[in-house]
Design a protein around this ligand. Structure first.
Ligand code: GAF
Length: 387
């Protein structure tokens, strides 16, 4: 939808024009998966699609939430902004209001809010983080709270923990807040220091393949992985105290892994994290050195580790990645995001894009019965005010 159409939809919903329009993007992660909540590094890019939020101060004491995908308006008194509802989508912006209030910000006047997004839902491209961050960015601007982008990302992450009950890391919200056009973000999730790395890929495109897999990133399976990593930290700490799995190099891990003998699942999860942290560092170095093939090999190895050790892929993601590996001109391909369905990300030579879509699409459909979608990704900027 165009901005003018969104403004018109706002007028239809609330009878008056909005005061302001904000945007925050979804993200695709190139490498560094399930490392963020383990104190490791990640390498995501913000996408050019995301979530739009239009609002006006309504002069009253209620906040009204409307999504263009939902028929009804949810109206809450400004005293009711700290408790989650049973309406899943409203909990994302509501959780952000609650975090502002927790940080001592007073909401003394209501808002009329309209949301629309073009990130495919449940595709692992962070539609929920985009919604959280756009809300945080808009409130920060409207209330003059002066939080920086990193704090806005942390507010979004906390909203996800407390209102969506997913114990996620910081990657998605950070990418949505801090993204930069044509750059990936090399983020140390322990210190939150980051570097924007130009993604200059001469003749190569970032292709996202949506499996449309019915398995969603459900909080149960994700939170279970978080708990398994915590268990691994506890067991390893009996022989070598650590705060996070990402503190261990592969060699150091080999020296302490016998501490995980009693828990083979925690052992596999930890092995993924330790090796993924190394792969991420190697991949970023390779990209900076222009060694794109090496970057691709790291992507493929990341997928294998997520499939075998972290066990977050499944038939659909595995088929999509494994079929991609067969196509000449594919530099690398892996699942991206939380897993259990969603998307893969591939680096593909321009001349191989059509054949990729045709061949991988047909093989995927034949194996899974599902028609996939493909998008050539454009790396966009982080959260902003449009007007
Ligand atoms: C999801 C989470 F929200 C992120 O924090 C991250 O852990 C990712 O899964 C896996 O890398 O997107």
């Amino acid at each position: 939808m165009k901005i003018e159409e969104l403004k018109q939809a706002f007028v239809e919903a609330y009878g008056v024009a909005p005061d302001a329009v904000y945007f925050s993007p979804g993200r695709v992660n190139l490498i560094g998966e399930h490392t963020d909540y383990n104190g490791g590094s990640v390498f995501p890019c913000a996408l050019s699609f995301g979530t739009y939020l239009l609002l006006r101060k309504n002069g009253g004491k209620t906040v009204k939430f409307k999504s263009l995908n939902q028929p009804e308006i949810t109206e809450l008194s400004i005293d009711q902004l700290t408790t989650p509802l049973d309406k899943v989508w409203v909990n994302y912006p509501l959780g952000v209001f609650a975090q502002f209030i927790k940080r001592g910000v007073e909401i003394s006047e209501g808002f009329d809010i309209l949301i629309w997004g073009n990130v495919p839902n449940g595709a692992g491209l962070s539609s929920s983080a985009a919604l959280e961050v756009v809300t945080a960015y808009a409130l920060n601007d409207q209330l003059g709270t002066g939080f920086n982008r990193t704090v806005l990302a942390q507010i979004g992450q906390k909203a996800e923990h407390e209102f969506a009950f997913v114990n996620c890391g910081i990657m998605d919200q950070f990418a949505s807040a801090n993204g930069a056009k044509d750059h990936a973000i090399h983020l140390n999730c322990d210190t939150l220091e980051f570097e924007l790395v130009p993604v200059k890929l001469e003749g190569v495109k970032i292709l996202i393949s949506n499996t449309h897999s019915p398995h969603k990133l459900d909080s149960g399976a994700y939170n279970q992985r978080v708990a398994e990593c915590k268990k691994a930290v506890e067991l390893i700490s009996k022989v070598r105290p650590i705060k996070n799995l990402a503190e261990l190099t592969e060699d150091e891990f080999k020296k302490v892994e016998s501490a995980l003998e009693s828990d083979p699942v925690a052992h596999k999860r930890a092995r993924h994290v330790v090796t993924e942290v190394q792969r991420t560092s190697d991949a970023v170095k390779a990209l900076k050195a222009g060694e794109i093939d090496k970057f691709g090999q790291m992507m493929n190895a990341s997928h294998v580790s997520l499939r075998d050790d972290y066990e977050v892929t499944g038939l659909e993601l595995d088929t999509m990645a494994e079929e991609a590996w067969k196509i000449p001109g594919v530099i690398g391909s892996r699942m991206t995001g939380g897993g259990f369905g969603g998307c893969t990300v591939s680096l593909v030579k321009e001349e191989a894009i059509d054949i990729f879509i045709e061949k991988v699409g047909a093989a995927y459909k034949a194996k899974t019965g599902i028609t996939p979608d493909f998008y050539v990704a454009e790396i966009g900027d982080g959260a902003c005010k449009i007007g």
